[in-house]
Design a protein around this ligand. Structure first.
Ligand SMILES: NC(=O)c1ccc[n+]([C@@H]2O[C@H](COP(=O)([O-])OP(=O)(O)OC[C@H]3O[C@@H](n4cnc5c(N)ncnc54)[C@H](OP(=O)(O)O)[C@@H]3O)[C@@H](O)[C@H]2O)c1
Length: 390
């Protein structure tokens, strides 16, 4: 029986993780749950799964809560509270599924304390990959990917030596704007950006999929997870989202991982790794998939993908800055304070203003904070400029 702590249990990945747990009650016990704001759902989940520890990132959250079934539970508050939760002796495995770099310190703390991490929050590896991987290596703590492409690559690479891998191809659906005329990108609305063709996900990652920053973040995530040079990681548009990753070996053989687009499969694989069991998740029927197509992404259409490759090439704290600038820009877009096209433009301007440092915990946290503040000044300047918001 593995005892789980789920950081981000109220989100898309968190709720799907709980569905996997529901299917395997003899394998998992949920001991803790944490979210950002959504106390009502957190309390419902605590009753349904018997969790005894709750966490909320909101610093002003109550210290003690009562669930609908009348259980009185302590609340661990803020990042510090979540770091306390991950160290508890009753936790074996931490699912990290919070939205964004805010998950860095709880992830590092979990690894330091030898708690296996099933990682969904790619921003943690993009912003803090050097220290996260160093901590996992030094402590010998397993770090298992949940992201579908990385889970696919992880599965395809099993048993392979790093020098046998010639290339890793990550696939991307291309999002809702794959065919939209470029001259109309300035008019993209929040509602349009939130319509992903194949996946039902949280708002931030859905916008990242529309800009293809998501794939750029995944390239950097793959660099760290698989210790691959950037030149060996490619992206192909595959609108059907059936093939998640392809690993080409030095002899030319290619192993791909395929499944229906359903995150419960990679989540289950990460929780049970290296075991596999049948939990009656939907199956792939290739007779019903009329075609599998692949094409190279157009870089003019997806400037965020180009920026992510550039940040990865520069290295140091530049990927931290790329990620932080993107998090804030996406947030501003979701609040309808900047247009869709300003996301890439703000990220690029922030990268241009940054002098990269060697990545240590201190320089990473500094660069992250600096980039967030810089994007806000760009947004203020935009509002103040003649013509205002446009
Ligand atoms: N969804 C997918 O299919 C998918 C696939 C691959 C990778 N991922 C990655 O997994 C992570 C989670 O994605 P998701 O789609 O599950 O996100 P989500 O639905 O937005 O939920 C994420 C969780 O984080 C919390 N949260 C939301 N905004 C936050 C903020 N500003 N600061 C801190 N916490 C916040 C939410 O708490 P409240 O509910 O209390 O707000 C929720 O518990 C992301 O890094 C994403 O890139 C997701």
């Amino acid at each position: 029986m593995k005892r789980l702590l789920i950081l981000g249990s109220t989100g898309s990945i968190g709720q799907q993780t709980l569905d996997v747990v529901r299917r395997l009650p003899e394998r998992f016990q949920v001991v803790g749950l944490a979210a950002h704001n959504n106390l009502a759902l957190l309390l419902e989940q605590a009753d349904a799964f018997g969790a005894t520890m709750l966490g909320l990132l909101r610093e002003d959250a109550p210290e003690l809560v009562v669930t609908p079934q009348g259980k009185r539970l302590p609340v661990y508050r803020g990042v510090k509270g979540l770091c306390e939760m991950v160290c508890k002796p009753e936790v074996d495995l931490v699912v990290v599924a919070l939205a964004g770099m805010i998950a860095l310190l709880p992830t590092l703390t979990a690894l330091e304390h030898g708690k296996t991490v099933a990682l969904s929050t790619k921003e943690v590896l993009v912003g803090g990959g050097a220290i996260v991987m160093e901590t996992a290596r030094r402590t010998g703590t397993p770090l298992i990917p949940i992201d579908s492409e990385h889970s696919g690559a992880w599965q395809a690479m099993r048993g392979a030596e790093p020098h046998q891998i010639a290339r890793l191809i990550l696939t991307a659906s291309g999002g809702p704007f794959l065919k939209r005329p470029l001259e109309t990108f300035d008019q993209i609305t929040v509602q349009e950006a939130l319509q992903h063709p194949n996946w039902n996900m949280g708002a931030k990652i859905t916008v990242d999929s529309a800009t293809m920053m998501n794939k750029g973040l995944e390239v950097i995530e793959a660099q760290w997870l698989f210790d691959l040079p950037l030149e060996k990681i490619e992206v192909l548009i595959h609108p059907q989202s059936i093939v998640h990753a392809l690993v080409e070996f030095v002899d030319g053989s290619v192993i791909a991982q395929l499944s229906v687009p359903d995150m419960r499969l990679p989540i289950q694989y990460a929780l049970l790794y290296p075991e596999r069991v049948d939990t009656e998740l939907p199956r792939l029927d290739l007779r019903k998939v009329s075609q599998l197509t692949f094409e190279a992404p157009e870089m003019e259409r997806f400037p965020c993908l180009r920026l992510a490759y550039e940040a990865a090439r520069i290295g140091g704290t530049m990927p931290t800055v790329l990620n932080a600038a993107n998090e804030v820009a996406v947030h501003l877009f979701l609040k309808e304070q900047i247009p869709f096209t300003a996301i890439a433009s703000f990220v690029e301007q922030t990268m241009q203003a940054h002098t990269p440092q060697q990545p240590t915990l201190e320089t990473i946290l500094e660069a992250d904070q600096w980039a967030r503040a810089y994007v806000l000044t760009l947004a203020e300047r935009r509002v103040a400029a003649p013509g205002g918001l446009a």
